[in-house]
Design a binder for this molecule. Structure first.
Ligand code: ADP
Length: 558
């Protein structure tokens, strides 16, 4: 018997939750009623809380084979945890979803959800039906989304040339790279700008395929020696010094196998009387096969071969004769990436359907130039001017694998944030500014309703404050006082005849422990991060609230 699970709100009050039909009901011996562990989503959120914001701390996770991951990114942390509780699992998936759809805000979304659930529980315990809470939350979400769009967003162009840098800075401020935040923010902005491509279906509009930004990691040197280089860069050298340093234009064969001498099959018997003959047989059957393959490939005009396997020293001569570059042990994913950028095709072998070896020139990728150049004392292969997409590479340097991996994740978050900003052209102010403004506005909206959703909308408004509270706690500040000041500022700005409308950009300054104008301070985020985080968090909270009981089936005794 498998495991069938419904999740419990602990509020078994009638028909709100999923009921099992009698037909689907397993025999009573198999049902073990599980305790509704409400705290489990909260426990997951508590793990992440301390890593939110610029003063957030990192987590070190050691898996069962001893591999260590050090990260500040919510999705990465939750991916590594072995979460058992079904409701808590929803939170892990949520963070993953935010990571896929937006790329940033993965910690915030989990913290929001847990707080929404916590406040919903209080209402349910006060005998408010879960359905009323659900309706209230949905209403609050719709209203909040509209409020953000109408009152709290700006187009990027209105904010001046530093906006993009500020966006990158806000995302990177909580990560390992924050020591050199200006350097890395610049790097990310340049990288995103360099892959800008015009949209085919909408003239005048651009898209930013950040997949075309190839992130490479190389041990050694310090973090701020990371560089952005045009084209695709491979941190490896040519297979032999005799090969040319540059070929222009390049026709690239992408082989997912090695160019090594063929070993004769086991069990083949060759009778010879002279040791010299043995060598000749070997040469004929083992080396000639690879030579023939190379000849076939070079005949199509190919002048660069990248392969995932090795290249035998015996095969180097044909390369030099054909004036071609050969690179061995290219990573498989990189090879696929190059194939996409150059319009080539990765070949698993050269056999056609009849089993004969052929090589079709259509499989060749094309680029303006392939060259070997020195970057910071290391030889790298560059593929520039790729046929189908503009590409660039970020070559990251750092002391060890943990740092490099975390740098890659952090830069990826920043690149995603920049892409979202440039594509949607909308930003909001960070540091709890949106949460503070929404809290006051929603409280006011709740009092205009005389229905039972009023309490739920108020609870939704209260839940939003978890972000500024957590930001302040993590920065070792007085959260209660700061949040009170934040709310006071927003309440003032939302009065009908306010003299200080600029107070609506009030957010936390986590260094001085003040409430300041975060728009002027340049703490900016893409509006999409906030909008999606709120939407996903409400959806997940509602999904969990709809469930009123939770069963676990014990496996049938054998
Ligand atoms: P997430 O994974 O959810 O993006 P982060 O750890 O990156 O979490 O933290 C993001 C939060 O930190 C956002 O709410 C953002 O507004 C806030 N934040 C980032 N930089 C600053 C800053 N300089 N001052 C105040 N708040 C900041």
């Amino acid at each position: 018997a498998g495991m069938q699970i419904t999740m419990g709100t602990g509020a078994s009050q009638g028909p709100s939750g999923v009921m099992m039909t009698p037909a689907a009901m397993p025999p009573p011996s198999q049902i073990q009623k599980a305790k509704a562990e409400w705290l489990c989503p909260t426990a997951v959120a508590n793990i992440l809380k301390s890593s939110l914001g610029p003063s957030g701390l990192d987590k070190m996770i050691v898996d069962n084979v001893g591999d260590v991951t050090i990260s500040n990114d919510g999705a990465t942390i939750l991916r590594q945890l072995d979460v058992q509780h079904p409701a808590a699992k929803v939170l892990c998936e949520l963070s993953e979803l935010q990571d896929k759809e937006v790329g940033d805000g993965t910690t915030s979304v989990v913290i929001y959800t847990a707080e929404l659930l916590k406040n919903a529980l209080e209402l349910v315990q006060a005998h408010i039906h879960p359905n009323s809470v659900i309706l209230g939350y949905k209403k609050a979400l719709r209203w909040a989304q509209r409020y953000i769009t109408e009152h709290l967003t700006f187009p990027v162009a209105q904010l001046g040339p530093d906006t993009l840098l500020n966006i990158a800075r806000t995302t990177l401020s909580s990560k390992t790279v924050s020591a050199d935040i200006n350097y890395f923010s610049n790097l990310c902005v340049e990288a995103v700008r360099s892959v800008q491509t015009a949209k085919a279906d909408a003239p005048g509009q651009f898209e930013y395929p950040i997949k075309a930004i190839n992130i490479l990691k190389a041990h050694g040197r310090s973090m701020n020696e990371s560089v952005l280089v045009p084209g695709i860069c491979l941190p490896m050298a040519r297979a032999a010094q005799g090969m040319p340093r540059v070929v222009r234009p390049a026709k690239i064969a992408l082989l997912d196998f090695g160019l090594q001498r063929m070993r004769m099959r086991m069990g083949i018997q060759v009778e010879v009387t002279d040791p010299m003959q043995l060598e000749a047989v070997r040469e004929q059957s083992e080396v000639a096969v690879v030579r023939k393959r190379l000849e076939m490939i070079f005949q199509t005009g190919c002048n660069v071969i990248l392969c995932t396997g090795g290249i035998d020293d015996l095969c180097l001569k044909p390369f030099v004769e054909a004036n071609a570059i050969g690179v061995r042990r290219v990573n498989k994913d990189t090879l696929r990436h190059i194939a996409k950028a150059t319009g080539g095709q990765v070949l698993l072998n050269l056999s056609n359907l009849e089993g004969e070896e052929t090589f079709d020139a259509a499989c060749l990728g094309e680029a303006e130039e392939v060259s070997e150049e020195r970057v910071a004392d290391d030889d790298c292969i560059f593929i520039k001017g790729c046929k189908t997409t503009r590409a660039c590479s970020l070559l990251l340097r750092g002391p060890n694998d943990y740092m490099l991996d975390e740098m890659e994740r952090s830069l990826h978050d920043a690149l995603c944030a920049l892409k979202r900003t440039l594509e949607s052209d909308e930003v909001v102010v960070g540091g709890g500014a949106v949460d503070g403004a929404l809290n006051i506005a929603l409280e006011k909206y709740a009092t205009t309703l005389s229905s039972r959703e009023q309490l739920a909308i108020s609870a939704f408004a209260r839940s939003l404050l978890v972000i500024p509270k957590t930001l302040a706690v993590n920065a070792a500040l007085d959260a209660t006082e700061l949040v009170a000041r934040l709310r006071a500022a927003h309440a003032l700005s939302q009065q009908p005849d306010t003299k200080t409308p600029e107070l609506k950009w009030s957010g936390l300054n986590l260094v001085t422990g003040d409430v300041i104008n975060n728009l002027a301070a340049g703490v900016l985020e893409p509006a999409m991060t906030k909008q999606k985080a709120l939407q996903f968090a409400t959806d997940a909270a509602v999904a969990i609230l709809r469930v009123d009981d939770h069963f676990k089936l014990e496996p049938e005794p054998q």
